[in-house]
Ligand binder design. Structure first.
Ligand code: G3P
Ligand code: CA
Length: 373
């Protein structure tokens, strides 16, 4: 088992599930990681406050922090000149205005991204200076039309700019705002000759963030890079999992194991040898029934806690299209439904944090939970 720095016992509050699912009593939450026990469950600003601003922009992170997020989450990729920048994937046609830049038309290409032929523009083909001439646009313009008024206003930020922002806002808001970076497509970037991990370790070292108690989690959907980072980092690591598929490094090396294997009791004990928590897809904790409503929780919270792992599921979003059927407000997929109720169900199931696009609703739900305790 990976040695933990300090553990504090905290009991998760029991809540009745709403919206038709059966009532449960939360499992005792596992002990928290040193420096991270300020609030429970943690509210993690997923791609910033991406429900309200184009994702992975300084404006999105700043809004999440001002809404009260405990952590902001940058996904990390790299430029041609080896600078870590915040984007959800290397292909930037869907989140920037690169298609409107004729000087970059010839950069459009097709690459195999984790075995999937992907056409577009890739960050590793742009220097940072070139990337800085682009502007971010809303990824989901049909769902989040209001966010499109911010199209063209913000640059693609570097990881260093995100760290600087978090430090500045921590001083201004008089609280330690955390940062929760994810290495995106680590095998892909290694095969491109631009491994992410040395840059990440260097950035955390240079900023005094590679130390016990630093308010940092590092996450990955792959396994081997987390195992390697475990030998270099002194901050907690989080193994991301999905309800389908397998870590691409497993696929790439012929390892037949899947994400389903990682979340068995034995798999979780193996994860605990190199990580401190898991970041599961939310339906791995509370599946949906045939009608699309929340069903009874799985044993994942209990099993992960038994292995000494925290759980931070993803992704909680306010629009009907992302919510269980009986928590939707109408047939309009883009209208807001009852995210409060979905979060209450997961808090009652005993999760230790949530990735959410709507930090304000996450904070409000947690505040109500505490008031009711
Ligand atoms: O990292 C947690 C969550 O963000 C994982 O999904 O695809 O949004 O990065 P994704
Ligand atoms: Ca992520």
């Amino acid at each position: 088992m990976r040695p933990k720095i300090l553990r504090l016992s905290v009991l998760a509050t029991a809540l009745a599930l709403v919206g038709g699912a059966s009532a449960v009593v939360a499992e005792p939450a596992p002990d928290s990681v040193a420096g991270h026990e300020t609030a429970r469950p943690l509210i993690i600003g997923h791609r910033g406050a991406s429900g309200y601003r184009p994702e992975h922009t300084l404006a999105s992170y700043e809004l999440a922090a001002r809404m009260g997020a405990d952590y902001v989450e940058p996904d990390l990729v790299t430029t041609k000149d080896g600078v870590l920048v915040a984007r959800h994937e290397p292909e930037i046609g869907g989140t920037t205005d690169v298609a409107n830049h004729p000087e970059f038309t010839a950069r459009r290409t097709t690459k195999s991204l984790d075995g999937v032929a992907t056409t577009g523009w890739f960050t590793e083909d742009f220097t940072l200076a070139e990337l800085k001439t682009l502007r971010a646009v809303e990824r989901l313009p049909q769902v989040r039309q209001e966010n499109t008024i911010f199209n063209g206003r913000y640059q693609v930020p570097t990881f260093q700019e995100v760290i600087d922002l978090v430090k500045r806002l921590s001083r201004e808001l008089h609280r330690d705002i955390g940062i929760y970076p994810e290495t995106k497509h680590p095998t892909y970037f290694r095969t491109q000759g631009r491994a992410l991990e040395p840059k990440l370790v260097d950035a955390l070292n240079r900023n005094g963030l590679n130390r016990p108690g630093a308010k940092v989690f590092v996450q990955s959907f792959e396994v081997s890079n987390l195992k390697a980072l475990n030998r270099q980092l002194r901050v907690p690591l989080v193994q991301l999992t999905s309800s389908t598929g397998a870590p691409f490094d497993f696929t790439d090396t012929g390892d037949p194991r899947t994400y389903a294997d990682l979340v068995t009791p034995a798999g979780l004990r193996e994860v605990a040898t190199y990580a401190d928590g898991i970041g599961p897809e939310k339906i791995q904790i509370i599946p949906r029934d045939a009608a699309g409503n929340l069903a009874a929780p799985t044993t994942l919270v209990r099993d992960a806690h038994a292995a000494g792992l925290t759980l931070h599921p993803y992704t909680f979003r306010a629009e009907n299209t992302f919510l269980p059927t009986n928590l939707r407000s109408s047939a309009d997929p883009n209208a807001y439904g009852n995210l409060f109720a979905e979060l209450q169900a997961y808090f009652a199931a005993g999760v230790d944090g949530v990735f959410t696009d709507n930090t304000d609703i996450g904070i409000a739900t947690r505040t109500e939970l505490r008031a009711a305790a």
